[in-house]
Design a protein around this ligand. Sequence first.
Ligand code: HAM
Length: 450
Amino acid sequence: MSFVFAQVQAKDGLRYNSASWLDERRMTYMAIQAPEGTKDLLPDEAAFWAQFKRTAAEVFGRYGYAPIETPVFEQTELFVRGIGEATDVVSKEMFTAISGENLKKLLDGGTVKAKSRLSLRPEGTAGVVRAVVQHDLVPQGAAPVKLMYAGPMFRAERPQKGRQRQFNQVGIECLGAEEPTVDAEAIIMLMQFYEAVGIPHASMRLLVNSMGCDRCRPAYREKVLAYLHEHAEALCDTCLTRAETNPLRAFDCKNPDCAQVMEGAPKITDCLCDECRAHYQAVKELLEAAGVTYVEDPTLVRGLDYYTRTVFEVQVVDGLGSQNAIGGGGRYDKLAEEVGGRPTPGLGFALGYERCVLALQAAGVEFPQATRCEVFVACVDDSVRAEAFSLVQACRDAGLIGEMDHQHRSLKSQFKLADKLGAVVVAVLGPDELAAGQVKVRNMRTHQES
Ligand code: HAM
């Protein structure tokens, strides 16, 4: 069974132009490139991604986080309910997956069952919370569950530097506790992770805010809506349209006129209820006690609808342009209920791998080269090939990274290849060495032979 991916174009369905889709299939003889907005991780970068994930497992493991793997696609309904139907991520950017069988049904004018409507995950939180609910990982009265994940996410955004359609995230989710210590612990851990991967502290800025809760946010939302109505003539069409569904999104608008208007908008931090204010205050005090520097940003609203109370984002100060957020997250105390579970508070964050790489490059950090060869076994001539083959295998069995030439190169070319692979030593095997039961070893760093 094959799957076809489509960007959702309408709330409840897919508009397919079957003719143009078939036309594209006739273009099969052109050299095929990776799809727009995707990137191959070639060996050095793939090795760095593997190391990045190991560092995450080490740092987050010290805080009790255990790995979880969830499917890369879920029922579309999960994202609609979890992330919010009015968000850009759900309304414009989701890739919906349709099995070949269901595609045929749609093309024939039929419909598919809600549970067969699938979307590639645009983020990891909704899937993890769905898994926590489905497998009852936080039974009543239990200690919080701490989960971490790493993998590809998919958003049909307009590609640009730091913005891809498939990108990799590392993230954590902690479900089952609403105390501010959970929030502070996660933020401290996030900042430690950046340091562990080598992003200089001075190149980052941590923004924090509180989004309030069910008790205080509705009144705040109304205040912002009234403010938007008052300033309607100065706002862009997108802000005006979104005002009715989610007025707080106007804080994120990149239009300079809107940004100027929003500077004077009511601030959530002036409208928090006593409980939210105390929670926010406690988070900030814990961060200060831990020596974590932060900037309070009452306009930080984030692009996903599930957040309550604490939200945070880490931005790179220079070199990344508009896509400067290298990570972000927050509390989502209502999300488990949204996806059908019992009330279970939660908090998490995710960071973008590709943007972290850009941040490292912008800071001039050198990437460690993965070791590809420790011992290169070179043959003086083809008569010793079989013995060389056994010798390189013996090196590997002894735990060394061993390599040899497979293409009958001259000895000189074998040395060049060994050098290119970064070999530490070259073991030279010829008929004389074989007869003497010895090999000549050249140290490629010092050029000494023994
Ligand atoms: P987010 O802010 O949407 O949050 O994404 C987290 C990070 O993923 C961003 O800060 C950015 O580094 C990276 N990212 C997002 N979109 C792209 C893209 N198109 N191309 C490259 N990198 C991108 C979330 O995803 C939430 N699930 C975080 C969270 C976890 N909140 C609570 N728990």
